[in-house]
Design a protein around this ligand. Structure first.
Ligand SMILES: N[C@@H](CCC(=O)N[C@@H](CS(=O)(=O)O)C(=O)NCC(=O)O)C(=O)O
Length: 212
């Protein structure tokens, strides 16, 4: 399998972490797509992923799977423990909900802030920017961090008692927050403690240098 990605990117980090957690790194090769040159918006890449985003998983039969959640769900079926997407229907539902909430309330808003209220990928790639919209999304992300702080006051991981795909999505949000220098709000001690535990995981620490 081939992963088309950008090694230091927050969304690619989600798949890199999942690969490492599942012990699947040896089954993939990485192919770098230069975001700052706009390679992800060129026809040859759009043929792989209509949405023009990274990462994209290329299967041996030539099929492409984009979207971090979909890629993670696919990878989760390839190997045994740990199960990242839920071992029971209830777990799967809770994990999917909290994974999507991490995207909606933290990761995606920070991405919008990056692209609209900072130089982002540069003027050749950011062809339309709305700084006001970007700033509003930054504030939404800060509210989201406070929400997850409340969640993590009552449980060790984002979706319950075990590490899951939902934690990986929120880790992606924290990675993007570091890139745009958006600090975890004061008083979010549970989120800080959880973030410290996540950063100590080898799958998180070694994600950028993960070798296929
Ligand atoms: N919904 C997509 C979003 C992926 C995404 O936005 N990826 C970023 C990569 S990175 O910024 O995290 O490295 C991207 O392609 N951004 C390029 C762009 O939005 O122009 C997913 O979950 O895979």
């Amino acid at each position: 399998m081939i992963i088309h990605d950008w090694a230091t990117g927050p969304y690619p980090a989600r798949v890199r972490i999942a690969l490492a957690e599942k012990g699947l790194a040896g089954q993939v090769r990485f192919r770098s797509v230069d975001l700052f040159k706009g390679e992800h918006k060129r026809p040859e890449f759009l043929a792989k992923n209509y949405s023009g985003t990274l990462p994209v998983l290329e299967l041996p039969d030539g099929a492409f799977i984009a979207e971090c959640t979909a890629i993670t769900q696919y990878l989760d079926t390839l190997a045994g423990p740990p199960t990242l997407t839920g071992a029971t229907p209830r777990e799967a539902g809770m994990i999917h909900m909290m994974n999507k909430r991490a995207e909606l309330e933290v990761l995606d808003p920070i991405s919008v802030y990056f692209h609209h209220a900072t130089p982002g990928l540069g003027p050749d790639v950011e062809l339309y920017q709305n700084p006001e919209w970007g700033l509003r999304q930054r504030d939404k992300a800060l509210r989201g961090m406070r929400y997850f702080d409340q969640v993590l006051r009552g449980r060790p991981f984002v979706a319950g008692d075990a590490f899951s795909m939902a934690d990986i999505a929120l880790i992606g949000g924290m990675i993007f927050a570091e890139i745009v220098k958006l600090p975890i709000p004061e008083g979010c001690d549970a989120l800080q403690e959880w973030h410290g535990r996540m950063q100590a995981r080898p799958s998180v620490r070694n994600r950028v240098t993960l070798s296929g």
